[in-house]
Ligand binder design. Structure first.
Ligand code: ADP
Ligand code: ADP
Length: 239
């Protein structure tokens, strides 16, 4: 069964903007997919629709067989914990430490009061420490996030997503604010996570060369429509 199915997904912002225009595709468990396209193509809207940060106008999105537009309450919170979001601007809480940001992500959707009070179980803390160590952030664990470099901040963003034990990572331009060497570390990290854990990765990228290098499958989007869906080598040949 597909992990994710989009069926004629359409999103309008107001009357003028058709951000997504009848998008249909499926993603199998374990795939590493890059979504490419120019600024304004609809990539960010597409990712945000999948975990319901925004509501679509028509069509259907099914995740693990469940229709996402129908989800309410606890079922919606559960859906969001199954999807780790990674953002261009990291979306960390700067005044909190690295480990607090990661633990907060774990509790983020299901127990905010507990999270705000900093009540984490020993097991949750151990798991957060383990993930931060694998991402090379042992030294940074108790630093405030605003003392980190961009590449380190993005690794915290990845740790925060992983601690929820998601089935899928949705990465919205994860390297657009990074220098080339930090960008390579982040893309290598996403690839390693995909290969070693089988977590499905969907990543928005505007750098075509990076997408061609890392992704097994490229979905090209322009003006809210899918204009290419296939392996990277066929796209290289078509250029
Ligand atoms: P991309 O991520 O490919 O740059 P977006 O999904 O951000 O594209 O945007 C797709 C289109 O929708 C653009 O025309 C953008 O201006 C518009 N758009 C995005 N978010 C909003 C919003 N909240 N309100 C109105 N228009 C929006
Ligand atoms: P980021 O790069 O951090 O994702 P964006 O500039 O893409 O930030 O968008 C920031 C916010 O503005 C998003 O919530 C997006 O939906 C909204 N937005 C983007 N384009 C438009 C638009 N044309 N009109 C209104 N809101 C928009």
């Amino acid at each position: 069964m597909s992990l994710l199915e989009l069926d004629q997904v359409t999103k309008r912002y107001g009357a003028e903007t058709l951000a997504l225009d009848s998008i249909t595709f499926s993603v199998q468990p374990g795939e590493f997919v890059a979504i490419i396209g120019p600024s304004g193509a609809g990539k960010s809207t597409l990712l945000r629709s999948i975990n319901r940060l925004i509501d679509i106008t028509s069509g259907d999105i099914r995740f693990d067989g469940v229709s996402v537009p129908q989800l309410r309450g606890q079922a919606l919170r559960h859906h969001r914990t199954q999807i780790g979001m990674i953002f261009q601007h990291y979306n960390l809480v700067n005044r909190l430490s690295v480990i607090e940001n990661v633990l907060h992500g774990r509790l983020g959707y299901k127990n905010t009061l507990q999270g705000m009070l900093g009540l984490y179980s020993e097991q949750e803390k151990r798991e957060a420490v383990r993930i931060l160590e694998t991402l090379g952030l042992s030294e940074q664990m108790y630093k405030r996030c605003d003392q980190l470099s961009g590449g380190q901040k993005q690794r915290v963003g990845i740790a925060r997503a992983l601690v929820q034990q998601p089935k899928m990572l949705l990465c919205d331009e994860p390297i657009a604010s990074l220098d080339p060497s930090s960008a390579k570390v982040i893309m290598d990290t996403l690839q390693e996570i995909n290969r070693s854990t089988g977590i499905t990765v969907l990543v928005n990228l505007h750098q075509v060369d990076v997408a061609l290098h890392y992704a097994e499958r490229i979905i090209g989007v322009n003006r809210g429509r899918v204009i290419y869906d296939g392996p990277p080598h066929a796209l290289s040949n078509a250029q």
